[in-house]
Design a protein around this ligand. Structure first.
Ligand code: UD1
Length: 337
């Protein structure tokens, strides 16, 4: 059974390709390598023993996308990761974000319509909740005005898929990720942002190994136990496994609605200082950091209510924060070699 994974050489995509292959799926990756490297395909093969098919093109190119669907007319489902994801950059380049994130989704949905592919998993984000009024945040929490064009693209994409499913009998599962971190235990794949990382964990590991001078902790005056912002960090392999469960659910016809939404987190909130402490412990290094002003657009605290995903999907995140930080560190060390 063949699954298309867009953005399959990227961070979450590559881990998901491995989990799909290990569950017996054949995978075809489409990625334009805007924020990833082609040798990820080799490393996926090293882990799984199977080489995924790989096509390098941009999904905003409608004719290439529709041609792809003509050539692959046996897809059982799609997992759509390919998107830009830097919050700050999206504020500076909103058109680039709307064009890329929405254009590629629309072309994919046209491809589904043309070729009759019935199942899609969409990579959404807890960013759709903004700063929720109640924690932990459930899937019923109201969608708040997004704080960035990036956040808007996730909200609009969810809407586009919902509207599409009213006109075409497609099943969709929208997965709202909290903060994915960590790397595969083999240390062959992991998070490899091109340029200066925006996200906390790659910034920590790059600072510890000497690629960056110092980590800036954005704000210690939040209304949280230690004053730094709190997030629900989830191991990327746990997250990847949830995608396999979601694909199985639709292929086996176990979805209860045409469009379903799940939060993917652990249900635990950790502060920036908790993350740093965990890193220092597992890596046995001292991290160079300083407290600076808050980063504009950051929410104070958010963590998931995981009950619906745990009960309905029969899936639960298993790895601890220490596991996540150790795997992230091992990945950085492997890159250093
Ligand atoms: C953001 C988005 C999320 C998106 C993710 C992907 C929001 C609210 N969240 O997550 O939807 O999927 O990016 O990239 O839009 N921090 C530091 N120093 C740093 C970097 C981060 O202190 O150098 C802090 C941040 O202030 C935050 C925490 O670490 O409190 C996590 O930040 P980050 O890894 O960037 O993720 P989010 O902003 O939570």
């Amino acid at each position: 059974m063949k699954i298309l994974v867009t953005g399959g050489t990227g961070y979450i995509g590559s881990h998901t390709v491995v989990e799909l292959q290990q569950s017996g799926y054949e995978v075809v990756i489409v990625d334009n390598l805007a924020n990833s490297y082609e040798n990820v395909v080799d490393n996926i093969e090293k882990i799984s023993g199977k080489r995924p098919l790989f096509e390098c093109f941009d999904l905003t190119d409608e004719s290439k996308t529709l041609d792809f669907f003509k050539r692959h007319n046996d897809l059982k489902g799609i997992i759509h990761f390919a998107a830009f994801k830097a919050v700050g950059e999206s504020v500076e380049k909103p058109l680039m974000y709307y064009h890329n994130n929405l254009g590629s989704l629309i072309n994919l949905l046209k491809g589904m319509e043309q070729s009759g592919v019935k199942n899609i998993v969409f990579s959404s984000s807890c960013t759709v909740y903004g700063q929720p009024d109640e924690l932990p945040v459930t899937e019923q929490a109201p969608i708040k005005e997004a704080w960035s064009p990036y956040g808007h693209t996730k909200q609009i994409s969810e809407k586009v898929i919902q509207n599409f499913s009213q006109t075409f009998p497609a099943n969709a599962i929208l997965l709202r990720y909290f903060n994915p971190i960590g790397a595969h235990e083999s240390a062959l794949i992991g998070e490899l942002p091109i340029g200066v990382p925006n996200n906390l964990v790659p910034f920590i590991t790059q600072t510890a190994i000497g690629k960056r001078r110092m980590l800036k902790v954005f704000g210690d005056d939040y209304n949280t136990p230690d004053g730094t912002a709190v997030r629900d960090y989830i191991h990327v392999v746990d997250l990847a496994k949830a995608h396999v469960v979601a694909v199985n659910r639709m292929i086996e016809g176990n979805n209860k609605q045409q469009v379903e939404i799940f939060n993917l987190g652990t249900g635990n909130g950790f502060s920036v200082l908790d993350v740093i402490k965990s890193f220092e412990k597992v890596s046995e290094t001292k991290l160079n950091y300083e407290i600076v002003d808050r980063r504009p657009g950051d929410v104070e605290k958010v963590w998931a209510d995981t009950k619906f995903a745990n009960d309905e999907l029969g899936w639960k995140a298993e790895k601890s924060l220490d596991d996540m930080m150790l795997s992230a560190w091992n990945w950085e060390l492997a890159l250093g070699k």
